[in-house]
Design a protein around this ligand. Structure first.
Ligand code: ADP
Ligand code: ZN
Ligand code: ZN
Length: 796
């Protein structure tokens, strides 16, 4: 085996046996000659790679993630490697969709598996071991994967290609009244054609929106042939609204936009701060043109032959942004997305590893920080305040922004964080002079910031000025906006209370049988559903407790808002964007496209709406109820509400005309609402920081949350008490809990939390060491061995 040892390098995959029959894929982490003393080491089955697929820097980076977030290196590896890289006993292999395989291209053992897959849709590694009658099958599977004969099972995400929609307008030649009259006279001999022109004319007068060919045929009752003849005669002009941008068409790269004065100033300031700081925060109001500044920085990094990582929150990874970057950088842009197929992810992985020209700009969500970068020259973290950068489950529970900063450090490159509403922790770091700070206070083209108005719904209710959940002011503004042919976004926070059914006689609300939570009502399917475990049942007709028929809906969700809008504005086209409507493959993209193409007048949605989308025709934003965000029981609730409201407001009036925002609230004097209306980030920051200091919360103190889970109520209680007591011996008053969360049982597991606060001067590393010690002792106690313990560092 000496030859093998000489060939082996860290970062290569090997297949290794475990127990009697299990085989796992492992990554070579370290090569040494110290024989293990407590167990008999087995031989490596097979080396799977000729060259390492994971770099030294990557391993170092993963080690940091595992140390800092208190998880195993294996957890990090699993999060980083695309599934196709990890073959193991449980892996399911199926035939690849690509069927053009000649038998002669396959070796005997490969053919056997290929054959078997003709009879069976999928095989486990175990099955393949019996088919081939040998243990070492991973090399065969690897070859089949490379030949694209088989694939590793998973849901494959196809790229979304919106249909092109065909529109028509009257040729500009006929825009004057005289010419138009002449045309109509001419068309007297062709009454059907005349009918089309007249219909188009009246449609254009009614709506200021583009007119689809399909609408025109329907309204004028003309055949497509008649419309075609008008197009051929140049009376009508056809055009398409181009939205298909995900597949790069390979046209010439567009020159980057010339920055305007404020952008140029910000760009220069970023460069200056980079001379003294590794990290700079760009605080630029919504629509100030931050993206164009990133583009300029990327261009510069590419000139120096460096790779660039551009991180965005998962949901912001839309065709809009991909298209914008591809316009500038063409093929150099690679997208890395958890929804892409494993094969596509392997492709990007290899491009990044080889520093291929096809992966110079990596646009990706969270997990792209774990890629095998070769020559990283710049990291951009857009919307750095977004909570979705933090992974909650499973481990590694890492924060992509913070992990990116460590990655940049390994490459000695710069990180630019960008946001219109920075997180308190990043802003705090600029105050400590750990990060540089650059500000951009004007919108591009000097578009005014939207005019934000607070509507007191308590007062409106008293004076009977409410229709359902809509104040008279909101209805007025909506009617006005629709009349002008503009679009409206209505925001209803999902995290607020959803519609809960309550008995008006006895107060009973139907509960989930698996979780300690009330079921929520879904009108569309007439069902009661649990938002935690997915349990559902048909809507009840009578109270389960007292039999009363007098049931009431408490609270309201997006669905109810949608219903009410349809009643208020029966002619408007309404769409809804929330977890339920975007679940399908293209759900999210479809709604965005519909809005871009102005097929939707009013969009009702949750915080999904906030993620940096750039819509041109949205004029009015209505926030249905600010209070349920503000009252959310979390120490960040006020900060998050501020961010959310300013971000949604930012969707209004992004081009030319000033947008309008109405915020409905029971408490218009709330400080956060005042700060939102005046766009006073500084005031918000100062006030919130004071609270964080007083109540000992981040960014002043650090937090580690420890969660215990078990089916047995008593065991969780006893375990949590033991754990907390041990922590208190070390950390004294800085331990909170144990406490049951608001929903204390999920999927039949009881849950209890303990919170450890780390004061500014206390060593974070030492704190973790002490926790690990306690954790180990905990699992040495027989009764607690079955309890699940989850450690979550920076859990907020
Ligand atoms: P932000 O990222 O700050 O929200 P964007 O970069 O999306 O802002 O810019 C808002 C709009 O202004 C976009 O439609 C963008 O194309 C346009 N824009 C920004 N900077 C320029 C520029 N220098 N020249 C032309 N258009 C620009
Ligand atoms: Zn009842
Ligand atoms: Zn449930």
């Amino acid at each position: 085996m000496e030859a093998e040892a000489g060939f082996l390098k860290t970062g290569m995959r090997v297949s290794v046996p475990f127990g009697k029959s299990k085989i796992y894929t492992a990554l070579v982490f370290n090569i040494h000659t110290n024989k293990p003393s407590v167990y008999e080491a087995k031989e490596i089955h097979q080396i799977l790679d000729d060259t390492p697929i994971v770099t030294q820097k990557q391993i170092k980076h993963w080690q940091w993630v595992s140390d800092y977030y208190m998880c195993t290196l294996g957890d990090v590896m699993r999060a980083a490697l695309p599934n196709a890289f990890i073959l193991e006993s449980e892996t399911i292999i199926s035939r690849s969709a690509n069927a053009s395989i000649k038998d002669t291209d396959l070796k005997d053992d490969e053919f056997l598996i290929y054959e078997a897959l003709n009879h069976q849709t999928s095989l486990k590694i175990q099955d393949i071991i019996s088919i081939l009658d040998k243990k070492n099958v991973l090399p065969v599977i690897k070859r089949l994967l490379e030949k694209d004969v088989v694939s590793v099972e998973e849901e494959v995400y196809e790229k979304y290609k919106p249909k092109l929609v065909r529109y028509v307008k009257l040729s500009t030649y006929y825009s004057s009244e005289i010419k138009l009259q002449e045309l109509l006279d001419d068309l007297n001999r062709a009454p059907k054609q005349k009918q089309v022109v007249m219909t188009l004319f009246s449609m254009s007068a009614q709506t200021k929106k583009p007119i689809k060919v399909s609408e025109l045929t329907e309204k004028s009752k003309a055949s497509t042939a008649i419309i075609k003849s008008l197009i051929d005669k140049d009376v009508l002009e056809e055009y398409y609204i181009q939205t298909d941008r995900i597949q790069y068409a390979g046209e010439d790269n567009n020159a980057v936009k010339t920055l305007n004065k404020p952008q140029l100033k910000a760009y220069k300031e970023i460069q200056t701060t980079f001379e003294t700081h590794q990290i700079t925060l760009l605080h630029g109001v919504t629509s100030s043109g931050k993206t164009e500044i990133y583009v300029k920085l990327i261009e510069e990094a590419l000139e120096n032959e460096n790779q660039v990582l551009y991180l965005v929150p998962e949901i912001a990874l839309t065709t809009q942004l991909v298209g914008r970057l591809q316009d500038y950088f063409g093929e150099k842009v690679a997208v890395y997305h958890s929804k892409y197929s494993s094969q596509e992810r392997v492709e990007v992985w290899n491009h990044v590893l080889e520093n291929s020209p096809k992966a110079q700009v990596i646009l990706g969500a969270r997990s792209s920080v774990l890629l095998p970068f070769y020559r990283l020259g710049l990291i951009i973290v857009d919307e750095e305040h977004e909570s979705s950068y933090k992974q909650f489950d499973p481990a590694p529970r890492y924060h992509a922004r913070d992990t990116a900063i460590v990655l940049a450090h390994l490459f000695q490159c710069k990180t630019l964080l960008g946001s219109a509403t920075p997180s308190l922790e990043s802003y705090y770091n600029t105050k400590q002079n750990k990060y540089g700070l650059v500000e951009l206070t004007t919108r591009f083209n000097d578009v005014l910031m939207p005019d934000i108005e607070l509507v007191d719904i308590k007062d409106k209710q008293k004076r009977k000025r409410m229709t359902g959940h809509f104040s008279d002011r909101l209805i007025e503004e909506m009617a006005e906006t629709l009349k002008d042919g503009h679009q409206i976004i209505l925001f209803q926070n999902r995290r607020g209370f959803s519609p809960i059914v309550e008995c008006n006689t006895c107060g009973h609300a139907p509960q989930c049988p698996n979780c300690d939570v009330s079921l929520t009502y879904h009108q569309y399917k007439d069902q009661l559903r649990c938002h935690y475990c997915g349990y559902y049942s048909a809507m009840i007709k009578a109270c389960e407790a007292c039999g009363s028929l007098d049931l009431d809906n408490k609270g309201f969700g997006t669905e109810q808002v949608e219903e009410e809008v349809k009643e208020l504005f029966p002619d408007a086209k309404v769409a809804r964007m929330d977890l339920d409507t975007t679940r399908g493959k293209y759900g999210y993209e479809k709604i965005i496209t519909a809005l871009e193409q102005q097929e939707v007048d009013i969009l009702v949605g949750t915080q999904m709406l906030t993620k940096g989308l750039d819509f041109r025709h949205v004029k009015l934003v209505g926030i249905m109820n600010a209070d349920n965000m503000l009252n959310f029981p979390d120490f960040r609730a006020h900060e998050r509400s501020f961010q959310l409201m300013l971000q949604v407001s930012g969707r209004a009036g992004r081009t030319e005309e000033r947008g309008k925002v109405l915020i409905q609230t029971y408490n218009p004097f709330h400080n956060i609402l005042q700060q939102v209306t005046t766009n006073s980030y500084q005031d918000m920051y100062r006030e919130q920081m004071e609270e964080r200091l007083n109540f000992k919360y981040p960014p002043v103190y650090r937090l580690i949350k420890i969660t215990l889970k078990h089916r047995d109520y008593n065991r969780v209680n006893l375990g949590a008490d033991w754990y907390a007591k041990s922590l208190r011996l070390v950390f004294k008053a800085h331990v909170l809990g144990p406490e049951f969360p608001p929903v204390s049982r999920i999927r039949n597991q009881y849950i209890k939390h303990i919170l450890v606060k780390i004061p500014p001067k206390q060593s974070v590393a030492k704190t973790k060491e002490a926790i690990i010690k306690i954790n180990n002792s905990f699992f040495n106690i027989k009764d607690f061995r079955a309890v699940r313990v989850i450690l979550n560092v920076d859990n907020y």
